[in-house]
Write a protein that binds this ligand. Sequence first.
Ligand code: SF4
Length: 483
Amino acid sequence: MGLLDRAGARLTAKPEDAEILVVNTCSFIDTAKQESVDTILEMARLKTAGSAKKLIVAGCLVERYRDEIKKNIPEVDAVVGTGELESILEAAGIAPMAVAAPSPFNILSGNGHAKIRSGRESGAGTHKTLPEAASFRAEGDHGEKQGRFSREEWQGAGHLLPTYLYNEDTPRFLSTGRTSAYIKIAEGCDHPCSFCIIPNLRGKFRSRRFESVVAEAQRLVAGGVQEITLIGQDTTCYGEDLGFKDGLATLLDALAGIEELRWLRFLYAYPNRITGRLLETIAKHDKICKYLDVPLQHASPEVLKRMKRGAGAEIFLKTLEKVRSAVPGIALRTSFIVGFPGESANDFEILEQFIGEAKFDWLGVFNYSDEEGSGAFSLDEKLQKRTIEARKRRLMKLQQSISKRAKQQWVGREVTLLAEGESEETPMLWEGRTQFHAPEIDGKVYINDFGSLETLRAGSFYRAAITEAHEYDVVARIVSDSL
Ligand code: SF4
């Protein structure tokens, strides 16, 4: 979006207004593929109806089904994989303009995929970006030799594994509003998890340069961003390929020094990479949200072994204890996969019991998705869909009761709240988040009382008292502006 914006395209979130439609896709599990295909077909219909001239498909679905997309959906004019982001300009038929210095990012109002309006705006310039040179870890090279990144069975995906990394000068176009922004600190993954094809889609693990991430954060904050969420397929490996030990902790230390930044968090920790230094860093800085997202995937040692992740409930409980004692009050999010091949009733019981003991603040459950190209694809003992669905429902019900009890403890607490705007459910309520809620994924704080304030500003911080608790969401009353 940043490249297109800088080249003079006007971006809109409304597809019916666009002359060029871009669908950015995901393809790591069935439901994501389905959503991507449904959106492409919806946009193809719009193009056929005559309101758009061009349809571009970008992202992970292209890495996997490049030829099939082009063959089966003739309305698609061009595809752009995850490693060839800069070819979006060529795909859109917009030549880059030779220019100049980095400029502040732009903001997209509204949600959804970027839809591009035609034409150039006079005076808009581009900045020539050079992707950062990728360096790889020994684990990645070893994994490659073992066939970890092989895409041979994927027709049409025979081209090179992506190595792209953006840098601090790559133009950005925020779709997350003015206050909050994600920064991708690393790309790809070297882990061998047998259910996962993300490494095949995204390539070997590689970190962005330390200075590049800091410079980007500084620029975002100078433009008004107050909350930064660091992402990557595995953030806790950050810097290993650059020779850093505890690279993420060092990066967090540096970013916490940015004066106007208010909240800083990272997502997707790998369980055995949560070091003492990382926890100390979270505890030490007020700006670092007391929040940890650590996808555990399962708790049965047998299943985890077949998943090629290792550990088990006992080890995880110790890790959680270490986290909670180093950072008191920290909110913990995790996700699990149910129905992995061979998951027995006993394995499921171990997982259920673990969830009961671990008491996560936020929990997601995914049904196992059998993906061609993953190690688990060839395993026997696949479970029936209805068994998988029933297990998922059972875990969600269990978590619902755990969450309800935990949220009741919130009532009476005073918190700092980021007001996000009117609720999608009713204009009578506003919605917000605390440091214990990551953007978009966790429960909500509904604001039903503005206290002495006439109105709230979306993207501003307030002090608020929690007055009611529901299963996942809470209700709050504004106490005052937060300085
Ligand atoms: S660590 Fe995450 S992205 Fe990497 S292989 Fe495992 S599940 Fe996939």
